[in-house]
Design a protein around this ligand. Structure first.
Ligand code: ARG
Ligand code: GLU
Length: 751
C-alpha cells in the first residue's frame, strides 16, 4: 500500500514536471494547439470560452492598460483591476503632501468621486485574424531581402487600406515568429479611465525594491479603475456625462482559493521575450550588456534613493521614475544570475550542435548550414557598437535627465530649419507641454550629482572612438567631474522651469541662439551626433542583418524540428499562458511553498520603515483575525506562485482558474526565474500573483469599500465537496492524462 501511494505521488510529481507549460500562446489558436493539454491539466473550459468572436468570452474582459500593463474587468459596470505599480503614475499624479494617495491610499465611495486621468487609455481586442498568407503573398525564398521587404510592405499597405472595420475600431498588425507569420488585431480603445481605489504604498508596494522580483512575497500589488464610455457604450473623450462601460464579459471572482497543482491560466499582454536567440546573443547579454546597464543605474539609484529618503516632496516627485528605473535594474541582475546558474549558454550550444547535425544530415536543409556561423560573425561585429549604444541609451538618454530634455529641445533647431516657423510653433507647443510635466518631478540638484558620476563613467567605460572629441577635451580641462557638473548646471537655462518657458516663448531666432549657446544643449548635441554617426550607422546595419537571419533561423527551426510545438515570442499582443500553482526548489535544501500569508507580512514588519511598514488598520485586522469570508482556516492568504510563463506587460493580468474565474492578479516573477525571457526553465520559473481573496479583504475590510464588492460576482466554483478532505482531489484522477505523451510536448531546448 505504502509503495502504491509512493509511486502515485511520484507519478503526480512526474506529471507536473513533464507537461510543458512553457509558452505564451495566441488565443485564437488555443483550440488547435493547446486545448487538449490544458484540459489534461484540469481545465474545465473550452478554447471557445476563452476566445470567441461569436459570443462573449474571457478575452472580452481583458484590456491592455496604459500601453504597458494588463487589466481585467470585474463588474458589469466596467470596474477594472490592475496592479498598484501599473496605476502608480496616475496615483502619483493625484498625490500632494496634503492629499498623499501614495502614502495613504484612496477610495472613491461613489462614482462621482472617481478621478479622471488624462492620457490614460485601455484597449480591448475585438478579434484576431491570421493574415500570413495575405502578407506573404508573392514572397519567395529566393527573393533578396530588399525585395522581400518591399513586397511585404506593399501587401501590408493594401491590407491596412482595405480592411473593413467600424469607425471606433483600430487595426494593429504584428509580425510573429520573427516575420514568418502575421496576425491582425482589431482593437477598441477607451479614453475615459478613472481611478477608483488604491491601497497605501505600505500595502501596494510592501517590500518595495528589497522584495521586488523575490519570493516569498507579501505585496498587495493592486489598484482599481473604471472604464467610462459615451451613452452608446463606445469610446469617448472624458466627459462628466460619460457612463460606466458595459462589458461583453466580466470575470467572476472565486472565493475558493488555490492548492498545489491547480490549473491556472494568465491572460494578458506580455511585452517582449527572446526565446530563440543563438548562444552568441545570450553570451553578450550576460557578459556585457546587462552588466553595463546595471552599473549605470547603480550610480543613479544610489543618488535618487538617498534623496527620496530624506525629502518627502522628492519621495512623491521621484516615485514613478525611480520605480521603473529600479525595476529593470534589479531584473537584469536576476537575469544574469539565472542565465549563469542554469548554464543557458551551454544549453543553447548543445541545442545548436544538434541543429547543425540535423541540418548537415539532410540535403534539403543545406541552405541552413551557415546560419549559426553567420550569427557568430554578426554578434562579434555588432559587439562594440551594442555596448556603446547601451551606455549612451542609459546615460545620455535616460539617467541624466538634463541631457534627455536638452536632446528634445535641440530638435527645435532641426524642426525650424526643415519646417520653418509653422513647424517650429507646432513642435514648440508640444515640447512645452512635455517640459511642463517633466519639471513637476524634477530636482536639478539631484540630477547634477548624477551627471557628475555618469560623465565620469562615460569617459571610463566607453571607447574613445565612440565619444565626441570636444567632450573628452572638456572633461580634461575641468579635470574634475563635480566641477564640470556644477558649471554646466549653473550655466544652462534648462534646469529652471520658469527660465525655460520664458526662453522658449521668445522669437524663433532668439530661441535658436539660446539653444545653440547653452552648454547642456551643446553637450547633448555632440553626444547625439557621435551616437548617430559613430555608433548607430554600423549598429543598424548589423542589427538589420541579425533580424533577417533570425527570421530564417526561426523558419529553419520549425522545419528542422517539425514535431516541436513552437510559440511566438511576446510582442505586446494578447496571449494565454497556462500552468499550475506550484512551489519550487531554488537551490540545494531550500524549498519554497506556493502561498504566503498575512502572518508573513507581520514577520517582515518594521515600524516606520521606508519599505516594510504596515498600516495600523491592517495590524488590527490581523490581531483580530478579522478576515470575513476571505480567510482560509483562520489565516489570510496574500500571494501565490505558479508555473505560468509571463513577462513584463503581464503585470495586472488575471490569474484564472479551471472554470474561468478570477483567482489572482499577476504582478511579478521570482528571482531565480527572471531569465525566462530568454530561457524558460520549469524547475525555477514562477510567476507571482496576489491572491484575489487578499484583494477583496483589503477592499472590504481594510478600506470599507463595500460598494465595490457589491458590484462584483463572487463564486464558489469548487463547491464544498471537492476540497472537503485534503485527499479528495488526488482520489479523482483525470482520465485525459493518460492520453497525452509528455515527451511530445517537451521543448526543444530540453532535448
Ligand atoms: N517587478 C514587477 C514588475 O516587473 C513589479 C514592479 C513594481 N515594484 C517595484 N518595487 N518597482 O513590474
Ligand atoms: N511586474 C511586471 C510588469 O510590470 C511583471 C513581472 C514580469 O516581468 O514578469 O509587467
Amino acid at each position: 500500500m505504502k509503495k502504491l501511494i509512493l509511486s502515485l505521488t511520484f507519478l503526480i510529481v512526474l506529471r507536473f514536471a513533464a507537461i510543458a507549460v512553457e509558452g505564451m500562446w495566441l488565443p485564437l489558436l488555443l483550440g488547435l494547439l493547446n486545448e487538449t493539454e490544458m484540459k489534461s491539466m484540469g481545465m474545465k473550459m473550452s478554447a471557445e470560452d476563452i476566445y470567441s468572436v461569436n459570443k462573449g468570452s474571457l478575452k472580452d474582459a481583458i484590456v491592455q492598460f496604459g500601453g504597458g500593463c494588463t487589466g481585467e474587468i470585474i463588474s458589469p459596470k466596467g470596474l477594472l483591476l490592475t496592479n498598484h505599480h501599473c496605476g502608480y503614475g496616475q496615483i502619483q499624479s493625484h498625490s500632494t503632501l496634503e492629499h498623499n494617495y501614495l502614502e495613504d491610499g484612496f477610495w472613491a465611495k461613489t462614482m462621482d468621486a472617481e478621478l479622471p486621468n488624462p492620457g490614460l487609455t485601455v484597449t480591448l481586442i475585438s478579434r484576431i485574424e491570421d493574415i500570413t498568407n495575405m502578407v506573404l503573398n508573392g514572397v519567395t525564398d529566393k527573393m533578396d531581402k530588399r525585395t522581400r521587404q518591399s513586397t511585404i510592405d506593399k501587401n501590408l499597405d493594401e491590407i491596412r487600406k482595405s480592411w473593413k472595420k467600424e469607425a471606433y475600431e483600430d487595426i494593429l498588425i504584428r509580425p510573429f515568429f520573427h516575420g514568418n507569420q502575421y496576425f491582425l488585431f482589431v482593437t477598441v480603445t477607451y479614453r475615459d479611465i478613472r481611478l477608483v481605489g488604491t491601497p497605501p504604498s505600505s500595502i501596494g508596494k510592501f517590500g518595495a525594491d528589497t522584495d521586488n522580483w523575490v519570493w516569498p512575497r507579501h505585496t498587495g500589488d493592486f489598484s482599481m479603475f473604471r472604464i467610462y464610455a459615451g451613452k452608446d457604450n463606445l469610446p469617448a473623450d472624458y466627459s462628466k456625462d460619460n457612463v460606466p462601460y458595459q462589458p461583453k464579459h466580466f470575470l467572476p471572482i472565486s472565493l475558493d482559493g488555490v492548492r498545489e497543482g491547480d490549473f491556472t491560466m494568465v491572460f494578458g499582454f506580455p511585452g517582449r521575450t527572446n526565446e530563440y536567440l543563438p548562444s552568441y546573443a545570450i553570451e553578450q547579454i550576460v557578459d556585457v550588456l546587462d552588466p553595463a546597464k546595471i552599473a549605470v543605474r547603480d550610480k543613479t539609484l544610489a543618488i535618487w534613493n538617498a534623496a527620496m529618503r530624506s525629502d518627502a516632496q522628492v519621495k512623491i516627485q521621484y516615485a514613478s521614475k525611480q520605480a521603473s528605473l529600479a525595476n529593470a535594474w534589479k531584473k537584469w541582475q536576476g537575469e544574469v544570475l539565472g542565465l549563469t546558474q542554469t548554464k543557458a549558454v551551454d544549453k543553447k550550444q548543445k541545442f545548436e550542435a544538434k541543429f547543425k547535425a540535423t541540418v548537415a544530415a539532410t540535403p534539403a536543409f543545406k541552405k541552413y548550414a551557415n546560419i549559426l556561423s553567420d550569427f557568430q560573425q554578426l554578434y562579434a561585429d555588432i559587439a562594440p557598437y551594442a555596448e556603446a549604444k547601451d551606455y549612451y541609451d542609459e546615460i545620455t538618454f535616460r539617467n541624466v535627465e538634463l541631457l534627455r530634455i536638452a536632446s528634445q529641445v535641440n530638435r527645435l533647431v532641426k524642426t525650424y530649419e526643415n519646417e520653418g516657423e509653422a513647424g517650429f510653433d507646432n513642435f514648440n507647443k508640444r515640447l512645452q507641454a512635455y517640459l511642463d510635466g517633466f519639471y513637476k518631478n524634477y530636482s536639478p540638484a539631484i540630477d547634477q550629482e548624477v551627471f557628475g558620476e555618469l560623465m565620469q563613467m562615460m569617459v571610463e567605460k566607453v571607447d574613445k572612438a565612440y565619444l565626441p572629441e570636444g567632450f573628452i577635451k572638456k572633461t580634461a580641462e575641468y579635470g574634475n567631474y563635480e566641477l564640470m557638473a556644477k558649471d554646466v548646471y549653473q550655466k544652462t537655462w534648462l534646469t529652471d522651469a520658469k527660465a525655460a518657458m520664458t526662453m522658449l516663448s521668445k522669437s524663433p531666432n532668439d530661441v535658436m541662439i539660446a539653444i545653440q549657446t547653452d552648454p547642456a544643449c551643446q553637450l547633448a548635441s555632440a553626444f547625439d551626433q557621435t551616437y548617430n554617426e559613430k555608433i548607430m550607422v554600423k549598429y543598424n546595419e548589423y542589427n538589420e542583418q541579425i533580424d533577417e537571419l533570425q527570421q530564417v533561423y526561426m523558419k529553419a527551426l520549425m522545419e528542422v524540428f517539425p514535431n516541436e510545438k513552437f510559440y511566438p515570442d511576446a510582442n505586446g499582443t494578447l496571449r494565454v499562458s497556462y500552468g499550475r500553482v506550484q512551489g519550487y526548489q531554488p537551490r540545494d535544501a531550500v524549498s519554497y511553498s506556493n502561498t504566503t500569508y498575512l502572518d508573513g507580512v507581520m514577520e517582515k514588519y518594521v515600524p516606520g520603515d521606508y519599505e516594510f511598514d504596515v498600516p495600523a488598520k491592517l495590524q488590527e485586522l490581523y490581531k483580530a483575525r478579522d478576515y470575513g469570508k476571505y480567510g482560509e482556516s483562520g489565516r489570510m492568504p496574500v500571494c501565490f506562485i505558479g508555473s505560468n510563463h509571463t513577462t513584463g506587460g503581464n503585470s495586472g493580468s488575471p490569474a484564472i482558474d479551471a472554470y474561468g474565474n478570477l483567482i489572482g492578479l499577476n504582478f511579478d516573477r521570482v528571482w531565480e526565474g527572471t531569465m525566462s525571457d530568454y530561457n524558460y526553465d520549469l524547475s525555477l520559473c514562477r510567476n507571482i500573483m496576489v491572491d484575489i481573496r487578499y484583494v477583496l479583504f483589503l477592499v472590504d475590510k481594510f478600506a470599507g469599500a463595500t460598494n465595490l464588492i457589491e458590484e462584483m460576482k463572487l463564486v464558489h466554483p469548487k463547491g464544498d465537496v471537492r476540497y472537503k478532505t485534503p485527499n479528495s482531489q488526488k482520489q479523482k484522477p483525470d482520465s485525459t492524462i493518460k492520453s497525452i505523451k509528455p515527451d511530445k510536448i517537451e521543448k526543444i531546448e530540453k532535448q
